[in-house]
Structures are given as C-alpha cells and as structure tokens.
Design a protein around this ligand. Structure first.
Ligand SMILES: Cc1cc2nc3c(=O)[nH]c(=O)nc-3n(C[C@H](O)[C@H](O)[C@H](O)COP(=O)(O)OP(=O)(O)OC[C@H]3O[C@@H](n4cnc5c(N)ncnc54)[C@H](O)[C@@H]3O)c2cc1C
Length: 376
C-alpha cells in the first residue's frame, strides 16, 4: 500500500465506487475500502430507474451492464392487500439488474481508472490531523494504519447519524427466485406491516425485496424466506404470483435497522455520499440514483479541493447546498408516498389518479425523482 493517498473512500457500494472512479479519472491517488468481499447479495429492489441509468451511462459502464442482459421494465404495478391492482407507465424505461452484478461492474471501472481497491477491510477509526487523515483499518491479516489527504464516507446507512428516538424503524429483506412469468413491470405489493417490490433482473431471475415493520412480523420465524413467505400470505395476489416460485438459496440478505426518519447529513467531519448521507424511502426505487448523483457532485468538489482551488469549508458548503436542493423534492414526495402506503392509502390514491389520467399518476411518481431528470 502507498504511504499517503490523495483520497480514501470508505465503502465500495454504488456511491463509493462511482466517486472513486471519478477521482481516479482526474488522476488522484485513490484508495477504496470495503469490509465485505464481492460479489455479494445486498438488500435492494435492484430496480435501476431511468435517472440512475443515465448516470451509469455517464460513468461509462452502460455497455458492461447491457452485456449482463438486464430486464427491461416499462411500468409500475401497484397491488393492494385487497382490491384491484393499478398499472402506471414509468417515466422512462428502467432496468432490473442484481447488485451482485452491478457493484463489481462499478468497482472494476474504478480500478481500471487507477483506484486501489481493498475488500475485506473494515475501517474502525478516522482521525483528521494537519492536512493528513489517519485511517485505522483491520482485515483478516491484522490491523493497518493508512494515510490520506482527505476521506469520503460512502459506507451506506449506518447507525449513529441520528438517535433512534420514537420513530419507527424497518427491516429490509430480499432474495432471488426463479420460475416466474415475465411482466415487464416493477410490481409493488402492499400488505399489513410493509410492502414488497418484485421485478425481473438478469438471467430470467426475479428479485423480491421487502420493507417490513419487525413488530408486525413478531412470531414469524426470523429467516428471510419465512418473512417473505409471510408477507405473501398477507396479500392474496402476491401469494398467487409466487405460488410456483423457486427461491434461490444463497441469495437472501437482510438489513436492520432501516431508519427512514433519519435527517440527511451530507457532512460529518468529511463528505458523506449515498445512503451514508440520506435514505430515500425504498418505495421510490431511486436510492441508487441519489447515491450516484451525490457521488458526481462530491467528486467535482473534491477534485477542486485536492487541486488547491478551494478550501474544505468551501467544499462542505457547496456540497451541502447542492445536495439539499437536489433532494428536497424527491425526499418530500417520497416521504409522502411512504406515509400514504403506511395507511394503505397509496394504491387507492394512485388507482383513482390513474383512472382520471395515467399521466397524472405518472407525474406523482416523477415527483419522487431527482429534478433535472424528472423535468427532462
Ligand atoms: C428494501 C430496500 C429496497 C431498495 N430498492 C431500491 C431500488 O429498487 N432501486 C434503488 O435505486 N434503490 C433501492 N434501494 C436503495 C439502495 O439500495 C441504496 O440507496 C444504495 O444501495 C446506496 O448505495 P451506497 O453506495 O450509498 O451504500 P451501500 O450500497 O450500502 O454500500 C456501502 C458499503 O460500505 C461498506 N462499509 C460500511 N461500513 C464500512 C466500514 N466501516 N469499513 C469499510 N466498509 C464499510 C459496506 O460493506 C457496503 O458495501 C432500496 C433500499 C432498501 C432498504
């Protein structure tokens, strides 16, 4: 390992790999660390919105994604626990691709650009000194101490950004399955205690990802497959859809807690990108696009700082302002849709809207998107 890097990025998910690639492209000596080994399955709907796709194209990785034959999704199908389903056209074609495939594609792009990637390495502590940050990390081979001029946190949603308080916390679960007929839709099933997104990914496989209130699932065996089966039992149309599904072993994953009430924090001693900065309700299916957008904005400002063209204070102010204005609308509308889904109002509202005008219902979904893409 090098004696001193220009920038160390903690977390090699979507946001961290993207910011690493962009800074390596600029010629900075970039270190990317992740505690996990890749590829790995991760809780995510694996729905790549048109906005996310556009940014992935900008990063130059769309051909590699295309080579994996992602599923093409053109509509959203919302299915209440009781009553009729509603179909809404998506603002543009979206893709279904597993995180098992996507994250390594972005990591490879970063490494090809010059990033030094170390997986299986957990960062335990970061100390900011006089122009140099000291990073304490540990791997299976022992502890290491690293140095970098600056650090960017891309470590996903972590505890500690905000006290839990009384706000409800959720649990995310996901698994892949085979044996389902293609629908060309991202299917959202609502049930007492949460909702589940189902869509095809590459290779004819389907991904089911659910956000659930753990308390509403008390008494259910704590495995991912049991929780997903119990969710299906609470929505007859989902149960019917999954009747002949074959759950694929080794694809299950879970995350807890998922705190949607968390305030966005774009700077916590260092810049924070992706879920480390904010959580968009998963219902919007746009967390990856926000992660990519934060990476793009942060990389531009980090480049100026590293080149000596701006101060760290300037970086912090501009980054916080830019991201706050970008996410205001998606966060507001995303939280409203999530709250409506909690009261089982969402499918009813969208059903009525779609009856009056599919364009109006589609516009409501667009309001949860990042601005310039939503308006474009
Ligand atoms: C149920 C659910 C469904 C979702 N569905 C969708 C969807 O369909 N579409 C969409 O766009 N978004 C969706 N999202 C959101 C999306 O998954 C996230 O927004 C996205 O993963 C954020 O990427 P990230 O790079 O910020 O974080 P992550 O992908 O979580 O990456 C963070 C990385 O940091 C590493 N790390 C953490 N701590 C350390 C440490 N101390 N040292 C070293 N490494 C560390 C982790 O191992 C991890 O690999 C969903 C989320 C949930 C919960």
């Amino acid at each position: 390992m090098e004696a001193c890097y220009d920038v160390a990025i903690i977390g090699a998910g979507i946001a961290g790999s993207a910011v690493s690639k962009l800074l390596s492209d600029k010629g900075w000596k970039t270190l990317l660390l992740d505690r996990r080994m890749f590829p790995r399955h991760k809780v995510c709907g694996e729905f790549l919105s048109p906005e996310a796709l556009s940014m992935l194209e900008g990063l130059g990785v769309k051909p590699e994604i295309e080579a994996r034959s992602p599923a093409i999704l053109t509509k959203a199908r919302l299915v209440p626990a009781q009553g009729e389903a509603v179909e809404i056209p998506l603002p543009g074609p979206a893709w279904g691709l597993s995180r098992y495939a996507l994250d390594p594609i972005l990591q490879r792009a970063a490494v090809q650009a010059g990033t030094e990637l170390h997986t299986g390495m957990t960062v335990a502590d970061v100390q900011a000194g006089d122009g140099i940050c000291s990073i304490a990390a540990r791997s299976r081979n022992g502890s290491v101490s690293l140095q970098a001029r600056t650090v960017i946190y891309a470590c996903g949603s972590r505890e500690g950004n905000q006290p839990a308080g009384e706000a409800p916390t959720y649990m995310g679960v996901k698994a892949h399955m085979a044996g389902l007929a293609p629908s060309g839709a991202v299917e959202l099933y609502f049930f007492p205690g949460g909702y589940l997104g189902l869509n095809e990914v590459e290779g004819g496989v389907f991904n089911a990802a659910a956000l659930i209130h753990p308390r509403a699932f008390e008494g259910t065996e704590g495995t991912v497959f049991s929780l997903l089966r119990e969710a299906a039992r609470r929505n007859p149309q989902l149960e019917e859809r999954l009747a002949h599904a074959e759950w694929l072993p080794g694809t299950a994953s879970a995350c807890f807690p998922v705190r949607l009430s968390r305030r966005p924090v774009f700077w916590n001693r260092f810049a924070q990108v992706g879920d480390a900065a904010l959580l968009l309700p998963p219902l919007c299916g746009d967390g990856m696009s926000v992660a990519l957008r934060s990476a793009l904005i942060c990389a531009g400002l980090a480049d100026r700082f590293l080149a000596g063209e701006s101060t760290v204070e300037d970086w912090q102010t501009r980054y916080t302002e830019a991201m706050s204005s970008q996410i205001r609308r998606p966060l507001r509308w995303g939280n409203r849709l999530h709250a409506a889904s909690e009261r089982t109002l969402l499918p009813a509202v969208l059903f009525r809207l779609a009856g009056v005008s599919p364009w109006l219902a589609s516009s409501l979904l667009k309001a949860t998107r990042l601005k310039d893409f939503a308006d474009g």
